[in-house]
Design a protein around this ligand. Structure first.
Ligand SMILES: [Fe+2]
Length: 388
């Protein structure tokens, strides 16, 4: 098979690595005026202060942008780009989860290439130039620190748009597991499931390739073993470190392949109800796996084995049964609510959810061809799941 793999992001991983931020910036010569993008949770957890102190001490100026929302809005990205230009900044620093990193990527694009996010998606506006982006993830989930995409919601229509271009890859990713120690259990659970889905979908989708599969297989094993520990004991440094490594590997997996039907449904749900992305993935994962396994039994038996849920001695059907039971119980034990219990979810919206999921660019990447009717069936199956 022919394939290509490209990830120019410099990756620095390790306990306390964020303390070397100023030195790394100095080495990479990204400019003295920084634009810091952080969500309010990161600011209130006190994660930003030591970084700002370190940077100002080293002679950097830092312009703050803390208007990051869960499921980031295009309007905020446009406002951020304007602020970036007015302050004459050189590079962006994203501190936070996927929302902060995706907002920073979009600001970096709009500040240099102009326009609004929808133009890049609908009209094919050229991704001419971008400001440099440096990411310090504070959750283990999104993988956005190494991917070429940013998911932005159009405020007026609630539509989720995926900006996708090689230019969107950050220049530098600093992964310091110490930054994830204060993440609360429910966020640990949701972001961890997001990472797991990246690994599963990136490995099994129609556009996967050997390099993505290698990263994905390792990520699956690591996440499934570490996530329950990181959830139960947030101060478990080994579990936090394993999760951060797992989410990075999952990002390197799907970042050069794609996601698939779980994400298509999850993004539809997020568009309508602002559901946290990881929770939205979790409520659909077992049901999409059941659907996909019917069209790709041997591959899903293999997924069960990669996850450590089945052994070589288990036949394909048995392994798939163990996969569905194992994934459902993992999600249940992480305390993630059922679809029917999520705020705002109404049966009347199902046709719209189906349309949104079907229109998602990643629908053709699903390992088993999937129709509107299939999405509808999966949605109802997930909705009939009793409360956890
Ligand atoms: Fe995701």
């Amino acid at each position: 098979m022919n394939f290509s793999y490209h990830c120019p992001t410099r990756i620095e991983f390790g306990m306390g690595k964020s303390q070397g931020l100023a030195g790394l910036l100095e080495e990479m010569q990204l400019g003295p005026r920084l634009f810091a993008v952080a969500d309010p949770g990161v600011v209130s957890a006190g994660l930003l202060d030591p970084l700002i102190f370190q940077l100002t001490h080293a002679g950097y100026s830092v312009e703050m942008f803390a208007q990051v929302m869960q499921n980031p809005r295009d309007t905020d990205c446009v406002a951020g780009a304007e602020q970036f230009r007015e302050a004459g900044c050189d590079a962006l620093l994203a501190v936070g989860g996927g929302s902060a990193m995706d907002t920073a990527k979009a600001i970096a694009l709009l500040a240099k290439s102009g326009g609004v996010p929808a133009e890049y998606v609908d009209e094919g506006r050229a991704y001419k130039e971008m400001a440099s982006v440096v990411c310090l993830p504070t959750t283990a989930g999104t993988g956005s620190e190494v991917t070429r995409s940013a998911v932005i919601t159009e405020a007026q229509t609630h539509r989720k748009m995926t900006l996708k271009h090689a230019h969107l890859r950050p220049k530098l990713a600093i992964l310091d597991p110490l930054l994830t120690l204060s993440v609360p259990p429910q966020v640990t659970a949701a972001t961890g499931i997001d990472a797991l889905v990246h690994a599963i979908e990136g490995t099994t989708c129609t556009v996967t390739q050997p390099i993505s599969q290698a990263f994905g297989v390792r990520a699956m094993a690591q996440i499934v073993s570490a996530l329950p520990r990181a959830y139960a004991q947030g101060q478990d440094l080994d579990a936090r470190s394993q999760m951060m490594e797992g989410s990075l590997l999952a990002g390197l997996c799907f970042g050069s392949a794609d996601v698939a039907a779980v994400h298509c449904l999850a993004e539809a749900l997020g568009s309508l109800y602002d559901t946290p992305h990881g929770v939205a993935n979790a409520v659909f994962l077992p049901h999409v796996l059941r659907f996909n396994a019917k069209g790709a039994m041997d591959l899903h038996a293999q997924v069960a084995r990669w996850l450590g849920l089945a052994g070589e001695e288990d036949g394909a059907e048995q392994a798939v049964a163990l996969l569905l039971a194992g994934v459902s119980s993992l999600i249940h034990n992480l305390g993630i609510p059922a679809l029917r219990n999520l705020p705002g979810v109404r049966e009347e919206d199902f046709p719209q959810l189906v349309e949104l999921a079907f229109a998602n660019n990643s629908t053709p990447s699903n390992v088993r061809p999937i129709t509107r009717k299939d999405y509808e069936d999966i949605l109802w199956e997930a909705f009939s799941q009793p409360s956890s």
